[in-house]
Design a protein around this ligand. Structure first.
Ligand code: CA
Ligand code: CA
Length: 335
């Protein structure tokens, strides 16, 4: 296989039908085939959008059909979930962005493996971030031989891991830190999306809560479900079919208005910006994050989170060296 660093940068533009469902009318999604890493990207047109959340007192999280009413303690616990602490999403702002392209799917293990093979042969000097720790290895955390019982002692093990749970070619890569995501994007002649670009690609121009609209619907994305609270009999009985990540594109009816897949849940996604909880209060019309910080923004929520945490405006953050079986990324590029 020819390494992407030696490939032509030529890319093919085409128009194609939407990949099913979602809010995008069939035929309206403009795709771009990005040769360097074999990804299909969605062209996001220049436009104005609503970033952030207006509500000061959000609703309670949607419960599965037929579920028992929430007890007062459940309400307190639900409001303690990071996705319900809306303060860092306010005030809501209208921002204007130039056109860009974003990966239709989260980066897969198959794609990441080509990157890893290339940098293990030729080094990562051309791709690594200046702040990357010396001697860093880009191997995802879960690609190494491991004893899941020992190495995941800090996690609730919901169903048994097997050797392919986090490594199958068609699954999103996880266990990568921000430096890995940055280096992959540069290797692929792309970049990480900004927080604003990510949110615009997820919700379009009308400020909707979830990629498909304002009403929560089960089965349109991969989140945590009945397993919550270590409910042993419920393990593995997910309404969306997956306890951990699903192959990208499994829920086309939950696509964003632009036809971007899995912007709610599946794996959470690193983006380019530094996190600052009060950034929206001081950012004005800035479309980038603060110039420095200690944590990078994570967007979209994951297979282990609730419906609120996978809202388009929900913000998370992690130290750039953090790795998790719920955290991956996708790339963007200028047009
Ligand atoms: Ca699930
Ligand atoms: Ca996602």
């Amino acid at each position: 296989m020819i390494a992407p660093r030696r490939r032509s940068a030529a890319a093919l533009l085409l128009w194609a039908a939407a990949c099913g469902g979602g809010a995008a009318p069939a035929g309206s999604v403009r795709y771009l085939l990005h040769e360097a890493d074999g990804s299909r990207m969605v062209v996001i047109p220049a436009g104005e959008f609503t970033m952030g959340t207006a509500e000061a007192h959000p609703d309670l999280p949607p419960q599965p059909p037929g579920a028992e009413p929430l007890r007062p303690t459940d309400v307190l616990l639900a409001r303690a979930e990071p996705g319900w602490r809306h303060a860092d999403e306010r005030p809501q702002r209208r921002l204007r962005l130039p056109a860009f392209a974003i990966d239709e799917h989260e980066v897969t293990n198959a794609q990441y493996r080509r990157f890893l093979d290339d940098v293990q042969r030729g080094g990562d000097e051309a791709f690594r971030h200046p702040d990357q720790p010396p001697g860093k290895d880009h191997t995802p955390r879960h690609w190494r031989p491991y004893n899941p019982l020992l190495q995941h002692a800090g996690y609730r093990q919901l169903v048994p891991f097997d050797e392919h749970t986090f490594t199958a070619d068609d699954k999103p890569v996880v266990g990568v830190d921000w430096y890995d995501a940055y280096a992959y994007a540069k290797w692929a002649r792309k970049r990480l999306p900004t927080e604003a670009e990510w949110e615009y690609a997820a919700r379009g121009s009308d400020g909707r809560r979830w990629p498909w609209g304002n009403e929560w619907q089960w089965g349109l994305c991969n989140i945590g479900g009945e397993k919550k609270g270590l409910d042993v009999p419920a393990r593995g009985r997910e309404r969306d079919g997956y306890v951990y990540a699903a192959p990208p594109g499994t829920y086309p009816a939950g696509n964003s208005p632009f036809g971007v897949c899995d912007m709610a849940g599946n794996v959470a996604e690193w983006v380019a910006d530094w996190y600052r909880a009060d950034w929206y209060q001081v950012a004005g019309d800035a479309v980038h994050g603060p110039p420095a910080g200690t944590k990078r923004v994570v967007r979209g929520g994951s297979s282990q989170r609730d419906a609120s945490s996978v809202r388009c405006a929900s913000r998370g953050c992690r130290e750039p060296g953090f790795r998790s079986f719920t955290l991956g990324f996708r790339c963007a590029k200028d047009l």
